[in-house]
Design a protein around this ligand. Structure first.
Ligand code: KG4
Ligand code: ZN
Length: 337
């Protein structure tokens, strides 16, 4: 194949991700996570993440090359997450990507993390329909995007005004005494409970925007649990988890389908760590079927932060003939889409 081989580097949060693609064929997706080091703090500690990236960077690149059966000299382009994300963490990836690109004499592409979450789906499900709507939900972001062309044109339609969806899962899990990160534990606990047991508030449900708000919900759950404990009654963890989860995924899927209807788009993509949520997947499928919208959700390993997503977007940029970045490109913690 004469498609370019692209190395992708992702360090926006706690995952050191290195991926290698040839066109939209994934050759490697190697990840080193520092989550174990953050778990005892109940959240990602930026300084700890930056140091972990520094230590993991070169072994993870070596690991990805070995997994792909390639040498560094086989790489035709380097792509890296330039933002948004943790400033110090981004800086490690951007500095490494510059060094690899300069050393190899190949083009460098600084990419947007959210666009990369969209582009990754092509590694599993083939070319993206144009246009598509994307719902990105993780510990760091909750965004609705209109994607006419992932390489050149991605438009933000709405985002959270307070907590990210995954952040709300993690905070509610903490209230319920579940480990961090709590999303998967809430998902599991909810299977034993009823989503209709407690009527928790759905922020911005009918406000006509495509924005989200989860902090009122998080507070309502905390108040509900405190009241139970104050009354000396047991907390029904499965029902609280299921009812909280139902409130989140009800709003997420409602707004995603509203975005599809408003822009006349029949293809919805869901990505980010929260896309692993079993109830989100089920309700999204149900509502997409009812609306005649096709749903694409990458497998969980591609939904969470990884290097292959950055490489996939890099391959799109090469194919679209987009001008590479200069070696002066900064890491930008609040890089707009
Ligand atoms: O994309 P990701 O790995 O990292 C970033 O935050 O960028 O997403 C992690 C988030 C965490 O908040 C985690 O609790 C949440 O995704 N998560 C889930 C599930 N699996 C992971 N939330 C709900 N249900 C899940 N099954
Ligand atoms: Zn992410």
């Amino acid at each position: 194949s004469d498609e370019p081989i692209v190395l992708g580097i992702e360090t926006s949060c706690d995952e050191t991700g290195v991926g290698i693609v040839r066109g939209h064929t994934m050759l490697a997706n190697t990840i080193a996570s520092s989550m174990d080091e953050h778990a005892r703090f109940g959240g990602v500690v930026p300084e700890v993440a930056s140091r972990a990236h520094l230590e993991a960077m070169s072994p993870t690149v070596e690991g990805a090359l070995a997994a792909a059966g390639l040498r560094l000299s086989d790489i035709d382009a380097v792509a890296v997450t330039a933002g948004p994300g943790l400033a110090g963490a981004l800086l490690v990836g951007v500095a490494a990507a510059k060094a690899y690109a300069m050393g190899l004499g190949v083009p460098l592409y600084g990419v947007n993390h959210l666009a990369a979450h969209v582009a990754v789906d092509q590694l599993e499900h083939g070319p993206l329909p144009k246009p598509a709507i994307a719902l990105l939900v993780s510990g760091g972001h909750s965004s609705l995007l209109l994607v006419p062309d992932v390489a050149r044109d991605v438009v933000s339609l709405g985002s959270t005004v307070d907590d990210a969806a995954g952040e709300a899962f993690d905070k509610v899990a903490r209230v319920l005494g579940l480990p961090f990160p709590g999303g998967p534990y809430i998902d599991r606990a909810a299977k034993e409970g009823s989503g209709a047991a407690i009527g928790f508030p759905r922020g911005k449900y009918d406000d006509g925007t495509l924005d989200f708000s989860f902090s009122g919900l998080k507070t309502a759950v905390a108040r509900w649990v405190e009241a139970r404990e104050a009354a000396g009654e047991p907390v029904p963890v499965p029902d609280v988890a299921a009812s909280f989860q139902e409130a989140v995924v009800d709003v997420l899927t409602r707004k995603a389908l509203q975005a599809c209807a408003r822009y006349g788009v029949d293809d919805l993509l869901i990505g980010g760590g929260v896309a692993a949520n079993s109830r989100l997947r089920a309700l999204a499928q149900e509502r997409c079927d009812a609306a005649g919208v096709r749903l694409r959700v990458p497998r969980p390993g591609l939904c969470t932060d990884n290097g292959a997503m950055v490489a996939a977007l890099g391959a799109d940029l090469v194919a679209a003939g987009v001008e590479p970045s200069t070696l002066e490109i900064p890491a930008d913690s609040s890089l707009p889409i």
